[in-house]
Design a protein. Structure first.
Length: 118
């Protein structure tokens, strides 16, 4: 069940942050081959790829699996459409991580970036 406390960020808001040179930690929960095919690459983005299955597994384990993610920074979680990201964010939020979901995922990001070029 998705917690209502999970915040979302629109592709436009994320793009604005990047334009303001804000450092962004982006967690992409898609399969490695999809990540290698395309992910958001900007100089101020620190991009991390952790499979959603690894995060989903945290639900079954009482102990924290070691994820190389900081708890003191906001983490933007993304996937293809936003559904897996929302579930992952919910689990991470329950473990004390500061998470925010990229609304519509990378599909929405690509559409937004294309709309800027029209």
């Amino acid at each position: 069940m998705l917690s209502l406390s999970i915040k979302k960020i629109s592709p436009k808001e994320l793009h604005e942050r990047l334009k303001d040179n804000e450092k962004v930690l982006l967690l992409d929960v898609r399969a490695e081959e999809k990540y290698n095919e395309f992910h958001i690459e900007e100089p101020q983005i620190q991009s991390v790829n952790i499979l959603k299955t690894n995060i989903f597994a945290m639900e079954e384990t009482p102990e924290n699996l070691h994820l190389s993610l900081p708890k003191d920074r906001e983490i933007v979680v993304t996937c293809t459409t936003g559904n897996s990201a929302a579930k992952s964010a919910n689990i991470l939020d329950g473990r004390g991580f500061k998470v925010i979901v990229l609304e519509g995922g990378l599909t929405a990001w690509k559409e937004y970036m294309e709309s800027l070029n029209d």
